[in-house]
Structure formats: C-alpha cells, structure tokens
Design a protein around this ligand. Structure first.
Ligand code: ATP
Length: 509
C-alpha cells in the first residue's frame, strides 16, 4: 500500500469545556479528490483550522503528510514546505498587487547576499506554474484586472508552487463559492491536473452536486464526529449523500407548489434602480409573490439587492404599498427599514450581524422599539422569540446567550434570517441567502422565504443558485449588463433558468 498523502488521527478540539471535534480521523490517498461534508456547525472548519495550525488541538492528535509527522501542534509557518497548502473561501488575493507578487508573497527568490527580491526568478517561477495549469496569465498583470477564472488560477498557483510534483495535499475550503458558475469547469480542470500528478486534494463543500461530480471519496462529520470516512462517491447519489450529511432524508422541496401563495395588492415598485453595473432595473413585486433576480458575474447581480434596499449609493426609487416614494442618491436604509423593507445581505459581518453581541441581542435589536415600551424593554418576549428563531431554523448550539461570533458560518446565516423575519416585513430582500448553509438549512431558509410571501410580504431573491430560484420563485428576472433582458414564469426548472442565464437563446446576439 502507498503512503497516504494526509493522515489525521485522534484530532479533537474543545472550546470553553465543549468538545466541538471529537477524535476526528481522515486519510487521503495519492491522487484522490476527497470531500469533507457535514451540516453547519458539524466541525469541518475546526478540522481545517487544526490541520492548518490556526487552532491548537487537544492533546493527543496526530497529523502526517506523506508519512512525515507535522503535528500536533502544527506550525503554520512550516506547512508549505511540509507539503500542505490551503486555498481559502475568499481566495485571499490582493487586487492591487501583481500576479507575481500575489503568488510569491512570503517565498520571494532573493539575490545573493544583498537579499533583494529577484523579480526575474519570481516571474519565471510563476510562468512555470501557470504553464502547468494551462493558463496564459502574465506575471506583471494586476490581480484586480483579471477575470474570476484567472483569479482562481492565481490562488491555485500560490498553493502549488515549489511543490515536489505529485506530493502533498491542497485543501480547498469552500473555494468554489468565490467562483461564478461559468468559471467552475475551469476550476475543476485545475483540480484534475493537480491530482493527475499524484497530489491529493481535500475539498470542503456544501454543494453536494459538486461533491458528487468532482470527488472520489467523501468523509462526513456530524456533531463533531466522523460518521463515515472515505465513502466512494461511485456508491452515492444526491439522496444518499444528503442522508450522510443530515442523518435523515432531506433535500429541496418544490415550495411554489407545496406552499401556494395568494397574490395581493401593494408590494414594492422598483423604478430605474441603478448603480455600479446596474444600469436601470424596473419591476413590481406584489405582496404574496416571490420574484427572483439572477445573472452571470458581469450582469450586476451582486449589487442589485443592496441598491434596492438603499444600503449602498445608487439612483432610482422604490415605493412600498401606497407609502411615499423613496428616492435614492445617497444610501438611505433608515427610510427603507421604516417603510417595512427587511434586507438580508450577503456580507453577514459587514452589514448583517453584530457578531460580538449575543444571538438574543441580534435577533431582538431591530424590534426593541416596536415590541418594548419606552420605559421597559421586557425580557419575556425577547427570550421566547429568540428561542422560536433558534428552533425554527435549527440553530446549533441553541444558546441564545452565546456571542454570534462563536457560531459556525451557516448558523450565523440562520440567525440573520430569523432576526428579520420576526418583524413580519412588508418587503423581504434576500441576497444570496443560501451561500454557506448546509442542505438541511438551505431548505429551511427557502421555505421561510416562501412562508414570508404566504404571510403577505413581497419577496425578492437575488441569487445565482438556479435550484433555489426554481424552488421558490413565481417569476425570475434574468439580468445582463445591468438590465433585465428576460423574465421566466412558473412552471420553471433549474435547467430553464440556467439556459436563460448562461447561454443566449437562439436568435439573440
Ligand atoms: N472559537 C470558537 N469558540 C467557541 N466555539 C467555536 C469556535 N469555533 C467553532 N466553534 C463551535 O464549533 C462548532 C463547529 O464549528 P465549525 O465552524 O467547525 O462548523 P462547520 O462544520 O465548519 O460549519 P459551517 O458549515 O457552518 O461553516 C460550532 O458549534 C461552533 O459554534
């Protein structure tokens, strides 16, 4: 038998007396793509942080790369030379620096005893790695000027360089979330060339279709424990891998049909919304309706939701029911919140949650004025409503007094949804709400969005997840170059939306 590329034994982590990872084990064989799956809070990030030395493991854990013991404790500064490299979620690139600087940071070639950076040698090293990946990117180009698929190649090149061909491990920690759907095939191609040489790849992903498509074996974590290690994907399908993750059946429902909603008067009228790549978007979403917006990376999709919510500077106006029109110029989220608009942003840390405060404080903060009295805030409703949010979204741990920062990424997303749905908004705007959530939570997030419409809200869902859109939307607007170019209506499938977004229908230019 060949020596495993990575072997993890008895890895545990305990925070303030709570064991969140319990004797985890994992073996990666040469040349395989291995996926690590599990619900939000199951311990995936903790495991990655232990093998990358970000967290210190409990006593007794062992990590081997190519048969060499590298910990515990693992020393982050020597990981690269020991054959273990990481590509994180956000790719970790600096747009203002060149490709050469981004790839070579921390590992610059230097000249003789002057120790000056040898740019020529660095550029040559970068060129070689790019050649291996089969991409033509000039080392002196600024990363900010690259298209998304090229940025991915730069992040991979940084992880790959100076690797003894065919050795070691590269870990992709939810990296595909940073990659638009039209660049994914190229990313998968890079993974293939890495493993074809014998290097092993570990991917962490909530996208079970992706896991089935690109990985050879799967390891599942549940409540901090490995429940199955190294299950061949050839023996799995979407239903069985969902069971592996959740410990029960699950998956997406057809919410449009199972949760019929009555279209009512009022809602939100969007007039000539513009800003960034958005050139002028118009629509009316009635109360009781869920309307989706989608588009490729150049479409402007990523800025549309904050523009409609008045969270970033832009132009145009919105009108909620028969309230006065809100005209935009400067951001004006105070006016949109007052009009009954709830906005669930993509960037939880930047805009959505005060992560140093407790779950209860976050959930009840926007409602203190309406629910409390000027002289008495009241504890009972705060406790009850926070517990109902924790329960409805299956947030783990269900601890209303814990700081939001101590929750896993997906559980933070669930707290954010609960915070805004509690107030029964007139308009609910969701910006890519299922990113980072597991297959079970994804279903609760989407059914809550549909339920908000059933309860009488006008719901807007901006997303590139075509399955989410097909499951909850009555209509879907497709954006191209900042304007709506097509509108699809139910009955519609994920494939219909995909075709309308990424390949132009016959007869169009
Ligand atoms: N620094 C910390 N302090 C306290 N608890 C923590 C800390 N880091 C993680 N945890 C807890 O450890 C558990 C596992 O979290 P982890 O981030 O590993 O989950 P995950 O599987 O990566 O989830 P997700 O898919 O949501 O990212 C969670 O219950 C989380 O609240």
């Amino acid at each position: 038998m060949s020596t495993p590329r990575l072997e993890v034994r008895n890895l545990s982590a305990t925070f303030t007396g709570v064991t969140v990872l319990d004797n985890a084990y994992l073996t990666l064989e040469p040349g395989e793509v291995h996926a690590l799956v599990g619900q939000n809070g199951s311990g995936k990030s903790t495991l990655i942080k232990l093998i990358s030395g970000v967290y210190k493991a409990d006593h007794g854990g062992e990590v081997y790369v190519d048969g060499q013991r590298i910990g515990t404790p693992v020393h982050p500064s020597s990981l690269h030379s020991q054959g273990l490299a990481f590509v994180h979620q956000d790719l970790g690139l600096v747009p203002d620096l060149t490709v050469r600087e981004n790839v070579r940071v921390g590992r610059h070639a230097t000249r003789g005893f002057t120790r000056l950076i040898d740019k020529k040698k660095d550029a040559e090293a970068v060129r070689k790695t790019m050649e291996f990946l089969g991409v033509d990117i000039k080392p002196e180009t600024k990363v900010g000027a690259l298209v998304p698929s090229e940025r991915v190649a730069v992040a991979i090149a940084r992880a790959l360089q100076e690797r003894v061909p065919g050795s070691g491990v590269i870990v992709f920690d939810e990296s595909s979330r940073a990659i638009p759907p039209d660049a994914l095939d190229e990313f998968y191609g890079h993974i293939k060339s890495i493993t074809a040489q014998g290097t092993a790849v570990l991917i962490v992903s909530h996208n079970l279709r992706e896991v089935l498509k690109i990985s050879d074996r799967v390891t599942a974590l549940r409540n901090g424990k490995v429940v199955e290690m190294g299950v061949p994907t050839s023996s799995l399908d979407e239903a069985s891998i969902t069971r592996l993750v959740l410990g029960r059946d699950g998956g997406l429902d057809d919410f449009v049909n199972t949760m019929p909603s009555e279209v009512r008067e009022g809602g939100i009228t969007i007039k000539n919304i513009g800003g960034g790549r958005i050139a002028g978007v118009n629509s009316h979403i009635s109360r009781g309706e869920v309307v989706g917006f989608t588009g490729n990376l150049d479409s402007g999709l990523s800025t549309l939701a904050p523009l409609i919510a008045g969270a970033i500077p832009g132009g145009g106006s919105i009108q909620v029911d028969d309230q006065p029109e809100i005209k935009f110029g400067k951001p004006n989220s105070a006016a949109t919140v007052k009009a009954g608009v709830a906005f669930i942003p993509q960037d939880r840390h930047g805009q959505g949650l005060a992560t140093e405060l407790t779950v209860q404080e976050n959930v009840t903060l926007p409602h203190l004025r309406s629910r409390g009295k000027p002289w008495w805030i009241g504890q009972k409703w705060q406790r009850e409503e926070t517990l109902s949010v924790l329960d409805a979204f299956n947030v783990t741990p269900a601890d209303r007094k814990a700081a939001v920062s101590t929750f896993s990424g997906g559980n933070q997303q669930k707290v954010l949804m609960g915070k805004w749905l509690l107030g029964g908004p007139a308009v609910l705007i969701l910006d890519d709400p299922t990113q980072a959530v597991d297959v079970g939570a994804r279903s609760s997030v989407l059914s809550s969005a549909r339920q908000a419409a059933v309860d009488g809200a006008a719901v807007i869902l901006c997303s590139s997840e075509v399955e989410d859109l097909a499951a909850v939307c009555d209509r879907v607007h497709v954006l191209e170059n900042g304007i709506v170019v097509r509108t699809l209506k139910q009955p519609l499938s994920a494939d219909d939306i995909l075709a309308a977004t990424y390949s132009k229908p016959k007869g169009t230019l």
